[in-house]
Design a protein around this ligand. Sequence first.
Ligand code: ATP
Ligand code: MG
Length: 459
Amino acid sequence: MIQRTISQITKMIKVENDVSPFADTMINGVCIDTRKLQSGNLFIPFKGQNVDGHKYVEDAIKNGAAGSLWQKDVPNPPTHLPIILVENTEVALQELARNYRSELTIKIVGVTGSNGKTTTKDIITAMLSEKYVVQKTEGNYNNHLGLPITILSLNEETDVAVLEMGMSARGEIEFLTKMAKPDIAIITNIGEAHLQDLGSREGIAEAKLEITKGLSEDGLFIYIGDEPLLKEREHLYNNFRVKTFGKSKSNDVFPIYIEKKDHGSIFSVNIAPDKHLFLPVLGEYNVLNALAGIIAALELDLSLEEIESGLKSLKLSAMRMELHSGIKGTQVINDAYNASPTSMKAAIHMLENLDQDERKIVVLGDMLELGENEIQFHKEVGSILNPEKIHYVFTYGELGKYIAESASEQFPPTRVFHFSDKQELIQSLKSIIKGDEWILVKGSRGMKLEEVVKSLIEN
Ligand code: ATP
Ligand code: MG
C-alpha cells in the first residue's frame, strides 16, 4: 500500500490548507470506510447523498487514522487534527492513485469485458504467482472508487498487479485505464450487459475498447478475436502490439483440444500442442478466459511449465462456478455471484453440455439492472432452456417469473416451478431431488441465491 508522508502527499494532490505541522506524518494506505480502517491509514470521506463521510473523520483519527482528507465545502473541519483540505475528496482519491501509479515500476495487467473479468483476473493471478509477487483487485473493486483504492493498496515491491475494470457507461473505462496505465490490456468478451446505457453491442464494443487508451506505448492488447465487433476495428490498433485469442483458428492462440471433466477441462493450445493443461473450473468459456491469461503470462516471460502448474492451482473467487457435493449425491454448481443475459446463457449452455447422464436442474433468479428491456431478457433466457437436456427449471424473484413463463412454452408444467419465496423453493427443490442430479444455481448478487446452495450442501 501507499506509504508516503503528508508532505509527499501534498505534492501528489492539490491541497488547500497549510499541513506543515503534520508534514512528516507517515500515511500507510487509504481507507474510505471506518469499519475497515487500519492504523496509519489516510481516511477519505465522501459527501454522499445519504451519509456524509465527514462525520466519521474524528472517529477515524481516534481509531488510528494518520490523517484525513476533507472536502472544502463541508463546514468546520477539525483544526487540531491532521486534515488535508481538498476541492473534492473523490477527485483527490483518483488523483492520488494516478500519481502513485506513475511512481510505481510494477507491471500492470488491466482486464475488462462484459463477462469473465474476475475469472480472467483470477486465472492470470494464479499463473503469474508461480513466478512473481502478484496483487489483484479484491472482490469487485473495479470502478471509479474501487480501482483507485486498489491501486493505492499496491506494494512497491509487488512485481505485477492484475486489475479489473468495470463500467456501465461510455468514458468510464477510458477514465480507469488512464489511471491504471496498463502494460497489458485485455478484453474478455462483448456481451449484452448495460445495453440500456450504451444503446447497442457496437456501443459496448467501443466502450470496452477505451481500455487501449491508457495502454503504455510498447504495451500489448489482448482481445477475443472471435468477436467481429472487435476484429473489424483492427485498423485502429496501430499504437500497440496486438494478440487475439478465441475458438477460431484465425486467432493467435486457440484451443486444439478440449475435454470436459467433472471438475474442469483438459485442453491444449496451438502454440504448445503437446501440453495438456488442466483448468479446474467448469465451462468452455473459462477455457477462453484461460487463453487470454496464457497470452498475458507468456508476455510476462512465464514458462509453459509455470503456466501449467499455475492453472492447476487456480481457485476462483467465491461463487463463480464453484462445484460442491450436495445432499443425496447431487453436484451443486454455485454461480450465484452475479448474472447477466450473456453469463446466464453461457452457464446454462455449460450445464446442458456436461457429459454426465444425470438429470440436470437449473435454479435461476432475477438478473438485475438490465433497464427497460429486463422482461424481454428474462424471457429470452427461458426460451433457450432445452427440455431434452434440462430436467427441471426452478425460478425465483419478480423477474425470474418471466424465465419460467417462457420456459413453460417448451417444458411440461410438471417440470417448471416459480417461487417468490426462497424457503418454499428450497423445500420444493429438496423434495424432487432423487440423487445424482447436477444443479446450477445462478442469479444477480442481490438475489442471494447462495442461500439455496447452502441448503443443498448442508445435511
Ligand atoms: P462483473 O461485471 O459482475 O464484475 P465479471 O466480468 O467479473 O462480472 P465473472 O465474475 O468473472 O465476470 O463471471 C461472471 C459469470 O459470467 C461467470 O460465473 C460465468 O457464468 C460467466 N462468464 C465468465 N466468463 C465468460 C465468458 N468469457 N463468456 C461468457 N460468460 C462468461
Ligand atoms: Mg467482476
